[in-house]
Design a protein around this ligand. Structure first.
Ligand code: ZN
Length: 160
Protein backbone atom coordinates (compact mmCIF):
# COMPACT_ATOMS: atom_id res chain seq x y z
CA UNK A 1 0.00 0.00 0.00
CA UNK A 2 1.13 3.50 -0.72
CA UNK A 3 2.12 5.48 2.39
CA UNK A 4 -0.72 7.90 1.58
CA UNK A 5 -3.27 5.23 2.32
CA UNK A 6 -2.58 6.01 5.97
CA UNK A 7 -4.01 9.51 5.59
CA UNK A 8 -7.64 10.21 6.50
CA UNK A 9 -10.03 10.31 3.56
CA UNK A 10 -12.69 12.89 2.77
CA UNK A 11 -15.56 12.45 0.36
CA UNK A 12 -16.73 16.06 0.67
CA UNK A 13 -14.22 17.22 -1.92
CA UNK A 14 -13.82 15.64 -5.35
CA UNK A 15 -11.10 16.36 -7.87
CA UNK A 16 -12.52 16.08 -11.37
CA UNK A 17 -9.85 15.74 -14.06
CA UNK A 18 -10.19 15.58 -17.84
CA UNK A 19 -9.50 12.01 -18.99
CA UNK A 20 -6.92 13.31 -21.43
CA UNK A 21 -4.92 14.77 -18.56
CA UNK A 22 -3.68 11.38 -17.40
CA UNK A 23 -1.39 11.09 -20.43
CA UNK A 24 -0.10 14.63 -20.08
CA UNK A 25 0.58 14.14 -16.38
CA UNK A 26 2.59 11.05 -17.20
CA UNK A 27 4.47 12.88 -19.95
CA UNK A 28 5.28 15.74 -17.59
CA UNK A 29 6.55 13.26 -15.06
CA UNK A 30 8.79 11.52 -17.60
CA UNK A 31 10.13 14.86 -18.86
CA UNK A 32 11.17 15.83 -15.35
CA UNK A 33 12.99 12.62 -14.45
CA UNK A 34 15.12 12.02 -12.44
CA UNK A 35 13.67 15.11 -10.72
CA UNK A 36 10.18 16.16 -9.80
CA UNK A 37 8.08 18.22 -12.21
CA UNK A 38 4.99 20.34 -11.63
CA UNK A 39 1.90 21.62 -13.39
CA UNK A 40 -0.93 24.03 -12.67
CA UNK A 41 -4.50 22.80 -12.52
CA UNK A 42 -6.87 25.47 -13.82
CA UNK A 43 -10.64 25.27 -13.61
CA UNK A 44 -13.48 26.17 -11.30
CA UNK A 45 -14.86 25.09 -7.96
CA UNK A 46 -18.57 24.39 -7.58
CA UNK A 47 -20.74 23.06 -4.80
CA UNK A 48 -23.18 20.36 -5.78
CA UNK A 49 -25.39 18.36 -3.44
CA UNK A 50 -23.25 19.22 -0.45
CA UNK A 51 -20.02 18.22 -2.18
CA UNK A 52 -17.29 20.50 -3.39
CA UNK A 53 -16.32 19.70 -6.96
CA UNK A 54 -12.83 20.86 -7.90
CA UNK A 55 -13.30 20.84 -11.65
CA UNK A 56 -10.10 20.95 -13.71
CA UNK A 57 -10.43 22.27 -17.22
CA UNK A 58 -6.80 22.50 -18.24
CA UNK A 59 -3.41 21.37 -16.97
CA UNK A 60 -0.41 23.53 -17.81
CA UNK A 61 3.21 22.54 -17.11
CA UNK A 62 4.94 24.88 -14.65
CA UNK A 63 8.36 26.36 -15.20
CA UNK A 64 10.55 25.43 -12.24
CA UNK A 65 13.38 27.45 -10.85
CA UNK A 66 14.65 24.42 -9.01
CA UNK A 67 13.94 20.69 -8.96
CA UNK A 68 15.44 17.68 -7.23
CA UNK A 69 14.25 14.04 -6.98
CA UNK A 70 12.36 15.07 -3.82
CA UNK A 71 11.42 18.72 -4.26
CA UNK A 72 10.30 21.35 -6.74
CA UNK A 73 10.19 25.12 -6.72
CA UNK A 74 7.98 26.99 -9.17
CA UNK A 75 9.26 30.14 -10.84
CA UNK A 76 7.05 32.87 -9.28
CA UNK A 77 7.13 34.95 -12.49
CA UNK A 78 5.88 31.98 -14.50
CA UNK A 79 3.12 31.45 -11.97
CA UNK A 80 2.10 35.10 -12.14
CA UNK A 81 1.95 35.09 -15.93
CA UNK A 82 -0.01 31.82 -16.16
CA UNK A 83 -2.53 33.03 -13.59
CA UNK A 84 -3.03 36.28 -15.50
CA UNK A 85 -3.46 34.42 -18.76
CA UNK A 86 -6.01 31.99 -17.34
CA UNK A 87 -7.89 34.78 -15.59
CA UNK A 88 -8.88 36.05 -19.04
CA UNK A 89 -10.49 32.66 -19.68
CA UNK A 90 -12.27 32.85 -16.29
CA UNK A 91 -10.26 29.94 -14.98
CA UNK A 92 -8.73 29.94 -11.53
CA UNK A 93 -5.88 27.99 -10.05
CA UNK A 94 -7.68 25.15 -8.30
CA UNK A 95 -4.76 22.82 -7.79
CA UNK A 96 -1.11 22.07 -8.20
CA UNK A 97 0.24 18.81 -9.57
CA UNK A 98 3.74 17.51 -9.06
CA UNK A 99 5.45 14.26 -9.85
CA UNK A 100 7.63 11.90 -7.90
CA UNK A 101 10.29 9.71 -9.55
CA UNK A 102 8.81 6.80 -7.59
CA UNK A 103 5.46 6.27 -5.97
CA UNK A 104 2.95 8.99 -5.19
CA UNK A 105 2.52 9.87 -1.53
CA UNK A 106 2.55 13.00 0.64
CA UNK A 107 6.21 13.43 1.51
CA UNK A 108 7.46 15.41 4.51
CA UNK A 109 8.30 18.24 2.08
CA UNK A 110 4.82 18.12 0.55
CA UNK A 111 3.27 18.15 3.99
CA UNK A 112 5.30 21.22 4.90
CA UNK A 113 4.18 23.18 1.83
CA UNK A 114 0.57 22.06 2.11
CA UNK A 115 0.26 23.08 5.74
CA UNK A 116 2.37 26.22 5.95
CA UNK A 117 1.26 29.50 4.36
CA UNK A 118 2.45 29.75 0.76
CA UNK A 119 1.20 30.05 -2.79
CA UNK A 120 -0.29 26.54 -2.86
CA UNK A 121 -1.59 26.14 0.68
CA UNK A 122 -5.29 26.42 0.03
CA UNK A 123 -5.61 24.43 -3.16
CA UNK A 124 -5.78 20.77 -4.10
CA UNK A 125 -2.55 18.84 -4.43
CA UNK A 126 -2.30 16.18 -7.08
CA UNK A 127 0.69 13.87 -6.79
CA UNK A 128 1.78 11.75 -9.73
CA UNK A 129 3.98 8.72 -9.35
CA UNK A 130 4.60 5.32 -10.83
CA UNK A 131 4.11 1.85 -9.50
CA UNK A 132 4.61 -1.41 -11.41
CA UNK A 133 5.13 0.57 -14.63
CA UNK A 134 1.73 2.23 -14.29
CA UNK A 135 0.88 5.82 -13.44
CA UNK A 136 -0.27 6.28 -9.86
CA UNK A 137 -2.07 9.47 -8.82
CA UNK A 138 -3.42 10.79 -5.56
CA UNK A 139 -5.35 13.96 -4.72
CA UNK A 140 -5.05 15.71 -1.37
CA UNK A 141 -6.77 18.61 0.29
CA UNK A 142 -6.65 20.26 3.69
CA UNK A 143 -9.91 19.53 5.48
CA UNK A 144 -10.37 20.89 9.02
CA UNK A 145 -6.66 21.68 9.16
CA UNK A 146 -5.50 18.18 8.27
CA UNK A 147 -4.35 16.63 4.99
CA UNK A 148 -7.00 14.31 3.58
CA UNK A 149 -6.95 12.15 0.49
CA UNK A 150 -9.90 12.92 -1.78
CA UNK A 151 -11.48 10.94 -4.64
CA UNK A 152 -10.54 11.58 -8.26
CA UNK A 153 -13.20 11.55 -10.99
CA UNK A 154 -12.44 11.64 -14.67
CA UNK A 155 -14.55 13.61 -17.13
CA UNK A 156 -14.63 14.07 -20.90
CA UNK A 157 -13.22 12.06 -23.75
CA UNK A 158 -10.06 10.02 -23.93
CA UNK A 159 -7.17 11.26 -25.99
CA UNK A 160 -5.58 14.66 -26.40
ZN1 ZN B 1 5.90 15.34 -3.40
Amino acid sequence: MAPSSLLPKSRKYILSLPKSSIDSLQQGRMAGLPNESAAYLFGNIAEREGKIMIHVEIIIPARLQQATPSSFEIDPKDQYLKLKEMEKASLELVGIAHSHPGRQFVSATDRHFMKNPGPFTKICWLIVGEYNNAIEIGAYYIVDGEIHQIPIHLHGKNGA
